[in-house]
Design a protein around this ligand. Structure first.
Ligand code: ATP
Ligand code: MG
Length: 402
């Protein structure tokens, strides 16, 4: 048995990049290296995980001691990975490939009771003198001789054995485990997500990160109306998103002084929209201070009063930075489905209060008009309120699973 395990990682959309492909591939390798670092540390002295790219694929080599499931789970979460296959490797020589295929299939018989198989071969090395269908036939015949219990089934085989023949070696594998897809983090600028403890904003943050955008987050609370437990829940949610994209910096702001001013001086039904405009302006300031090019929210057309088309227009008018709303056209059930898939749902539905639920108006305006909202805001010292809020920010770096 080989003393190393090897995995082949496919890059999906990155492979479609033309001239920029090396840039994307290098970033992806970097991201995979970062993601597997904790596993490598767990191996102790001398245990190394080797990640390198070669001819459009990424190869990961680990000591046998590293649990395959742990590695696969970690790598398949890295944005830009389309699939991963645990593989065995041998020289590109038909006899060697045959022996390796027989050993591989014997393991499948012992572990999974496999009885039928089919070989598919691909010859990336076109100088190799035997063509792909012929390679498949030769290796299939060797397997039949070496494993007497096996039969060929070209339609529904228990195992489809892939033979990927390359100049510097041949890789055999039978499964492709899907990755998260997307683009490597760090290939698409930096954004600031308005991150609540709800269902939507963690999904929105994840979706932008999945397209390669490094994300920071801003969270607003109304302590002591909102509790420390609510705060802790938000941090756990960030930790789940961070398990895909690495560390997330969270800017934490107490919105209560602003909410109190709004409640005191402005019409009750405008509270929500006014609060939202303050959130956006504070977020814009934080974005500018931290090199974030755009704001990201979990807003979704028509979901609540503050997300009608009129409300979104009035919200947008408070800032100059572009506001990305990756969930805008999704149905709530689809957002919930996505939240389940990425693992944030169960945490999001824990029942803690959010700052938006404090001072919730009975009948919020659903069709706010900008001139009326501006009139209401003229009763407040907007700049000073924002200044103070930003000055009181607390910053936390949240890593995976924290
Ligand atoms: P979510 O599930 O993300 O909380 P929601 O459906 O509850 O969204 P709203 O409460 O109207 O909708 O919030 C809309 C968006 O405003 C959120 O998706 C988020 O981007 C931002 N937001 C709301 N509350 C907060 C908060 N406390 N801190 C930071 N951002 C917030
Ligand atoms: Mg909410």
């Amino acid at each position: 048995m080989n003393e190393q395990r090897i995995y082949i990682v496919r890059t999906g959309e990155v492979a479609l990049k033309g001239m920029n492909k090396p840039f994307f591939e290098k970033k992806l390798v970097e991201r995979i290296r970062t993601a597997v670092k904790p596993l490598e540390e767990g191996l102790g002295d001398g245990g190394r995980i080797d990640v390198r790219r070669h001819e459009g694929l990424i190869y990961i080599r680990t000591p046998q001691a590293l649990n395959a499931q742990d590695l696969i789970r970690t790598v398949s979460r890295v944005f830009g990975v389309s699939s991963i296959s645990p593989a065995v490797e041998c020289e590109s020589d038909l006899d060697k490939i045959g022996d390796t295929a027989v050993a591989f299939m014997k393991e499948q018989i012992a572990e999974r009771g496999v009885r039928t198989f089919k070989v598919e071969a691909k010859r990336a090395d076109k100088t190799f003198p035997v063509k792909s269908p012929e390679i498949a036939r030769i290796i299939g015949a060797k397997v039949l001789i070496g494993c007497k219990v096996l039969k060929v089934d070209v339609h529904e085989p228990d195992v489809k054995l892939f033979v990927d023949l390359r100049r510097d070696g041949t890789f055999l594998y039978d499964s492709k485990i899907s990755g998260t897809g997307g683009l490597p983090l760090g290939t698409n600028g930096k954004g600031l997500a308005l991150f609540s403890g709800g269902i939507d904003s963690p999904v929105a943050t994840w979706m932008m990160a999945k397209r390669g955008m490094v994300m920071e987050a801003v969270h607003f609370h109304s302590y002591p109306y909102t509790s420390e437990r609510a705060q802790e829940k938000v941090e756990r949610l960030c930790g789940i998103v961070a398990s895909y994209c690495g560390r997330i910096r969270v800017h934490i702001i107490n919105l209560l002084p602003i909410q109190e001013q709004i409640v005191m001086h402005c019409p009750e039904e405008e509270t929500t929209i006014l609060v939202r405009r303050f959130m956006m302006r504070i977020a814009e300031r934080i974005a500018e201070q931290n090199g974030c090019q755009m704001l990201v929210t979990g807003e979704n057309l028509g979901q609540v009063a503050s997300q009608t088309s009129d409300a979104l227009v009035v919200t947008d008018a408070s800032v100059n930075l572009p506001v990305m709303r990756p969930l805008i056209g999704m149905d709530k059930v689809d957002i919930m489905e996505k939240a389940r898939e990425i693992g944030t749902y169960e945490t999001s539905i824990e029942p803690y209060e959010d700052c938006c639920t404090v001072f919730l108006p009975k009948h919020p305006v659903t069709r706010p008009k900008l001139d009326r909202i501006l009139r209401s805001e003229s009763k407040l010292d907007v700049d000073e309120l924002i200044e103070k809020a930003v000055a009181s920010e607390e910053v936390k770096d949240i890593g995976p699973g924290m």
